[in-house]
Design a protein around this ligand. Structure first.
Ligand SMILES: O=C(O)CCC(=O)C(=O)O
Length: 256
């Protein structure tokens, strides 16, 4: 895995082209500002009802849930604005959230700007908050491009994007583990577990493991199999979205 430690026009272009696997920026958001929002993150996550798994919590309805059924897709579009406003107005309470800040930076760095993805004229969700209490994890998976809601975006690459608002104490899990790139999404579907993702036991040792610290930003090619290692102690919370790369001459699109 090749990664850069700075987000700039060059590294963003390399990640979009597949010449880099990840960009890991330490201290993208200050730990103090992360800590300030945690009580509201915990409260919102405790109230959430994520439908895909009990392995972690996720507020609102995510693109992963939208991909599961037509009803999920409708719920996603119907709730996107209220989830966006909850994150902006209640959780970040008037201060710029790290993902809103990232969107500004991407808009400035990418030749054709960056914007929130739209589906049939309706804005998609620009970001989400997830939380892993102790014991939480996420199975190895890729984040697919071939889902109905993304069809009209014609994505060339889907970049997983996470800012770490809370991390477990060092060495207590929560690492992001990476394996190889999976390009055939139909074959991936045929190997999927009944709930989501792949069996970790079938993959062998990860090729790279990232143990982020509070406030870090990690962007990576979501076609690489990745997982969240079990949180042994403490908790882990992220502000997360995807950055979609389209054909040359098109803006980047953000969705969650
Ligand atoms: O929380 C993370 O570090 C990775 C989450 C994840 O699996 C993803 O963004 O697809």
């Amino acid at each position: 895995m090749k990664y850069a430690e700075e987000l700039n026009a060059t590294t963003l272009g390399q990640l979009a082209e597949g010449d880099l696997d990840a960009i890991w920026v330490r201290g993208f958001h200050s730990p103090e500002r992360c800590r300030a929002v945690l009580p509201r993150v915990v409260a919102a996550c405790e109230r959430s009802h994520y439908t895909l798994t009990a392995d972690f919590q996720s507020i609102g309805t995510s693109i992963g849930e939208a991909a599961e059924s037509a009803a999920g897709e409708r719920r996603y579009l119907d709730t996107a604005a209220e989830t966006r406003d909850l994150i902006r107005d209640v959780i970040f309470a008037g201060r710029l959230s790290p993902l809103d800040e990232l969107r500004l930076r991407l808009d400035e760095l990418w030749p054709d700007g960056a914007t929130v993805a739209r589906h049939e004229g309706r804005p998609m969700l620009p970001g989400i908050i997830r939380r892993w209490p102790a014991g939480g994890h996420a199975n190895p998976h890729i984040d697919q491009r071939a889902i109905p809601l993304l069809a009209d975006q014609h994505l060339q690459r889907r970049i997983g994007t996470n800012v770490y608002l809370e991390v477990p104490p060092g060495g207590s899990g929560g690492h992001v583990d990476f394996w190889g790139r999976w390009t055939d999404e139909d074959e991936y579907d045929s190997r999927r577990r009944a709930d989501y993702g792949l069996d970790r036991g079938a993959l062998g040792e990860p090729h790279w493991s990232c143990e982020p610290t509070q406030g870090d930003l990690l962007m990576f090619d979501a076609a690489r199999v990745h997982s969240v290692r079990r949180v042994d102690r403490g908790a882990r919370a992220t502000a997360a979205c995807f950055v979609g790369v389209r054909a040359p001459g098109q803006p980047l699109v953000l969705f969650a």
